[in-house]
Design a protein around this ligand. Structure first.
Ligand SMILES: NC(=O)c1ncn([C@@H]2O[C@H](COP(=O)(O)O)[C@@H](O)[C@H]2O)c1NC=O
Length: 198
């Protein structure tokens, strides 16, 4: 089954996988404290605006004693969600406002935007599709994908760390795995991991 990009989020732990039929020559790198999807050196040049972006950002919530929070997602909306969370917006409101402002991608597939905001004890998941805006708090590992599984649903995540979460998503049977990122959030801060399948 091909579901495109997908994420799994739970309180304290999340992961994101880039799966792609059309743009396979990509990887996740760490840059300035964020994880970013970039083309590999042998990638064909493209003017598609949706294939390179920050997929994980850590942010300190200013009005909550600098509580550490992670934001993950499949596009440029990750940045405004992170900025709003950093300004003190509740996670639900940061997701809803940024997802609605940018809306689904204007490509051949009306590709949805997906995202999550994860703190040590809470997680919110969101997606904006052509037919809906869904933002929901989740207590257990929950998946949302761009295609097929585009409503949040429970996911049996076994991993307990950023690294194992990234590997578990990379190894999942959904087709066309390219790269995966994991993030764990606890009282000590945000820890990230990358698995590019090497
Ligand atoms: N975020 C991404 O990594 C990403 N990769 C591809 N897309 C979009 O989705 C379309 C379909 O890509 P694919 O056939 O690889 O699933 C692409 O033309 C592009 O507009 C993306 N946009 C959202 O998922």
């Amino acid at each position: 089954m091909y579901v495109g990009r997908f994420l799994v989020a739970a309180p304290g732990l999340a992961a994101y996988r880039v799966s792609s039929r059309s743009f396979p020559n990509r990887k996740v790198i760490e840059r300035d404290g964020s994880l970013t999807v970039v083309p590999t050196g042998d990638a064909e040049p493209t003017d598609n605006p949706y294939v390179s972006y920050n997929c994980v950002r850590g942010v300190a919530r200013a009005d909550e004693g600098d509580e550490q929070v992670a934001v993950i997602g499949n596009g440029s909306h990750v940045d405004p969600v992170a900025e709003k969370v950093g300004m003190g917006y509740p996670a639900r409101d940061a997701l809803a406002s940024a997802l609605l402002a940018l809306d689904y991608e204007k490509d051949d597939y009306d590709t949805p935007r997906i995202a999550a905001v994860v703190a040590a004890d809470t997680a919110f998941i969101g997606t904006v599709r052509k037919d809906a805006l869904v933002v929901r708090e989740v207590d257990e590992p929950t998946l949302v994908a761009t295609y097929g599984k585009d409503d949040p649903e429970p996911f049996a995540l076994e991993a307990g760390t950023a690294d194992t979460a990234a590997r578990e998503l990379y190894d999942h049977a959904f087709e066309h795995a390219i790269s995966a990122a994991g993030v764990a959030v606890d009282g000590g801060g945000v820890e990230t991991a990358i698995h590019n399948g090497e």
